[in-house]
Write a protein that binds this ligand. Structure first.
Ligand SMILES: [Zn+2]
Length: 274
């Protein structure tokens, strides 16, 4: 699932290339993905020029002239590709925009769970799930973080990934944040002390400060569908690496524990996350 570091890298890549570019052609191959209607989408976006790409939580907001916005919620498997000299299309390309008659911005989605909307700027709040988003994880201050978290109970990992609490934290980076904060992902929020909530906030800042430049560098020159997770310290580092050094906690050397109910992987260190 694209998370904040991935989406920020995509945003940086595209902002360096597409601002001012005109959409000279649009093609929707999987109409279901365009929730405001594929025909209206093609008619509405063709001829418009891109402004800046913004992000809130896990939504990308592509500014267009005349106040229009293309909103993309890539969900689990939405991926972007940008090609200067278009070659043969890959399978599962859901939507393609031709820019200035040459470059192509493509959106692919293996599980077809993502959603695309073309709306006017003042209708963005009507996009499903958008109005309910909490403050973005890169923007929220510590006081607000502390205030908001009181409203939530249940396992802390579930709270962190609840987009209404704070927007943008997903399954992979929540494991990294909990590892940085040394907190067990299954602890109930109500059992966390004020110091631990502070550690959680600092862990969140620390993880994003560390991951953002790695992803920005990785996707500086090419945007090619790939999802980059190599740098993560615990998430998905358990099980398969069990007899190798990679399967161990980088802090204390304990084998990383991993479970994946409903395909949602949680990885953590039983020794240094309490
Ligand atoms: Zn450890």
């Amino acid at each position: 699932m694209p998370e904040i570091p991935d989406l920020e890298a995509i945003r940086g890549f595209l902002n360096a290339r597409i601002i001012g570019a005109e959409v000279t052609a649009a093609e929707v191959r999987i109409p279901y993905i365009v929730r405001t209607g594929a025909t209206d989408f093609v008619a509405g976006i063709t001829g418009r020029r891109f402004g800046e790409v913004l992000r809130h939580g896990k939504f990308l907001l592509f500014g267009l002239d005349d106040g229009y916005v293309m909103v993309i919620n890539p969900m689990l498997t939405g991926r972007f590709q940008y090609v200067e000299a278009p070659e043969k299309k890959r399978p599962k390309v859901a939507m393609t925009l031709t820019l200035d008659g040459r470059a192509e911005l493509r959106y692919a989605d293996q599980r077809v769970m993502g959603k695309i909307y073309l709306v006017h700027g003042d209708e963005v709040a009507n996009v499903p799930q958008f109005a309910d988003l909490g403050p973005d994880a890169l923007v929220v201050g510590e006081d607000e973080f502390r205030q908001r978290i009181r409203k939530y109970s249940g396992a802390i990992k579930g709270v962190l990934t609840n987009q209404n609490f704070v927007a943008g934290i997903g399954n992979a980076y929540s494991d990294e944040i909990l590892f940085a904060a040394r907190i067990d992902p299954f602890r109930k929020r109500t059992t966390l002390s004020d110091d631990e909530i502070g550690a959680l906030y600092r862990g969140m800042r620390e993880v994003y400060d560390w991951a953002l430049p790695i992803l920005a560098e990785r996707f500086r020159d090419a945007l090619d569908y790939e999802e980059w997770r190599e740098h993560l310290k615990v998430h998905r580092k358990g099980v398969e690496g069990r007899d190798r050094d990679e399967g161990r906690c980088p802090r204390c050397g304990t084998h990383i524990s991993q479970i994946s109910p409903n395909d949602r992987v949680t990885s953590w260190c039983r020794t240094c996350q309490r």
